[in-house]
Design a protein around this ligand. Structure first.
Ligand SMILES: C[S@@+](CC[C@H](N)C(=O)[O-])C[C@H]1O[C@@H](n2cnc3c(N)ncnc32)[C@H](O)[C@@H]1O
Length: 485
């Protein structure tokens, strides 16, 4: 009798993770063999992004697994095997097609492990496929990573954002673009350039495309032209190979479906460490820069100096100082400096620099731990935010699972309190004039969904009219209620 397939998304994730680890191992062995054709590929690819043999095996295994299961979801009638999946992916160039093609061409070197993965995916029944489809596949990747390599997932901080939160952030930014920065088309405006610095499987870029296309349809504009423009104006970074390939493929597909002509080099989803030195910055000065997303969080010891890249260390050879220095506390409160050595703080520094410290206007909107709102260790960070930005709205979502004031967290697996912050810099800026800041905290008994449903427009409007919101400080730096000073 045939055993029933796995039912929950966790069971499916565990099953696929086991097959993917076996494939990774097979790839490692293959590239170590003399005369391996895959080895030649590893040499070529590692120059581009992977790093070394182990990273190549890692990237290939995750990408092939993702490619096969999305192919099964999209073409349940077809046998999920790499050659067919390549044909069905057709003309969508990118890392997914590249990995699947390599697997098909060099199948002889990894055949057994690849065959096992294909067979496992082929055997998934309707209930398993439904589990796989949970959250349109984007959120399944989080479960898959947890089962595949918990350490990798924790180190990368790969926790994906509920769609209600993404929506709230998108509405908040769109409102700022239309009301304050003279871009009535919001994300669809040609002068708006957007970056998600840690895109995971592409939840934010996809939601931005949806929002922009809806706006263009609503105004009777040219949808295909807008989609083509988004192919140029929407940038995303992701450090892990699997989510990167997923984001690349999903964004390419969404834009093509809207009739886009994509740039010759494909969509601008890049596998890279955002905190490394920025090369090839090519955003025109006249544009409005938007940085939006959910960066990774962790708390690293001071000694772990390999983290934080260019933001933390600068580039001594080029005489570039670390931008993080602007967030470091004064000597008097130096003992609190360790709190700053957290990936989310590095990303905040990067986001502020990228979006609002260049010429022209900018918007920054991040969901991160809320620890920076309080305490002497973060005073310099708050000062810098207020100096660079003209206005800043903060929605404190609570979410403390451990302290005396406990409340639900919008993230399923996170116990750290979080907040959404939306900041705008209208033009050239005046560093001596601190931003106006509005702060609102959701009631502790608000559920995660209620918190998320607060919505972006409400974030800004609610904070302005003062519903459960406090205005903190003032344009002239008047004394406020003590937060974000
Ligand atoms: C909290 S998750 C958010 C993912 C996605 N934006 C979402 O909301 O669903 C953070 C993501 O950042 C990626 N990441 C971690 N460090 C990074 C780095 N230095 N550069 C680029 N991406 C990074 C992780 O792999 C992970 O996918």
């Amino acid at each position: 009798m045939r055993r029933p397939g796995p039912r929950s998304s966790r069971e499916v994730a565990t099953l696929l993770a086991g097959r993917c680890r076996a494939l990774r191992e097979a790839l490692r062995v293959a590239v170590a063999a003399p005369n391996s054709r895959l080895r030649t590929l590893a040499d070529e690819w590692s120059l581009a992004a992977c790093g070394g043999e182990a990273e190549f095996a890692e990237a290939m295994a995750q990408t092939i697994a993702y490619g096969l299961w999305t192919d099964r979801l999209e073409h349940p009638e077809a046998a999920p095997e790499v050659a067919g999946a390549c044909a069905r992916l057709g003309e969508t160039p990118g890392p997914l097609l590249r990995a699947l093609r390599a697997a098909a061409e060099h199948r002889a070197e990894i055949g057994a492990a690849l065959g096992e993965l294909e067979a496992t995916i082929a055997r998934l029944d309707a209930a398993s496929l439904a589990a796989l489809r949970e959250g349109e596949g984007a959120y399944f990747y989080e479960e898959f990573l947890a089962a595949y390599d918990g350490r990798l997932r924790r180190e990368a901080g790969a926790y994906y954002t509920p769609k209600e939160v993404v929506h709230a952030q998108i509405v908040a930014v769109r409102e700022l673009l239309t009301r304050e920065l003279g871009a009535p088309l919001g994300f669809a405006a040609p002068e708006v350039v957007v970056i998600d610095p840690s895109c995971g499987t592409g939840v934010y870029p996809l939601a931005i495309v949806e929002d922009a296309l809806r706006r263009v349809r609503g105004t009777g504009g040219d949808v295909a032209a807008c989609a083509s423009r988004l192919g140029e104006n929407l940038v995303a970074h992701e450090v892990l190979a699997g989510p990167f390939a997923a984001a690349h493929a999903r964004l390419s597909r969404a834009l093509r479906a809207a009739g886009a002509r994509l740039p010759a080099a494909g969509v601008r989803v890049m596998q890279r460490d955002t905190l490394a030195r920025a090369e090839g910055e090519d955003v025109e000065a006249a544009r409005i820069r938007v940085c939006i997303g959910n960066p990774p969080y962790d708390r690293r010891e001071l000694t772990e100096s390999d983290r934080g890249g260019w933001i933390r260390h600068g580039d001594p050879e080029r005489g570039e100082r670390p931008l993080l220095a602007d967030f470091l506390p004064d000597a008097a409160v130096g003992k609190h400096a360790k709190n700053l050595y957290n990936a989310y703080v590095y990303f905040w520094r990067w986001a502020l620099w990228w979006s609002c410290e260049q010429t022209g206007p900018g918007v920054v909107c991040l969901i991160t731990p809320s620890s920076y709102l309080r305490g002497p260790g973060f005073a310099a960070m708050r000062r810098r935010l207020r100096a660079v930005l003209d206005a800043l709205w903060i929605v404190d979502l609570g979410g403390d699972a451990l302290g005396p004031r406990r409340s639900a967290n919008v993230f399923k697996n996170i116990r750290t309190p979080v907040c959404i912050a939306v900041g705008v810099r209208r033009g050239e800026g005046d560093l001596s004039r601190p931003a106006e800041v509005w702060y609102t905290r959701l009631a502790d008994d608000d559920s995660s969904e209620q918190a998320a449903r607060a919505g972006g427009a409400a974030i800004i409007a609610g904070a302005r009219v003062g519903a459960r919101a406090e205005r903190v400080g003032g344009a002239a730096g008047a004394r406020g209620v003590g937060r974000l000073r």
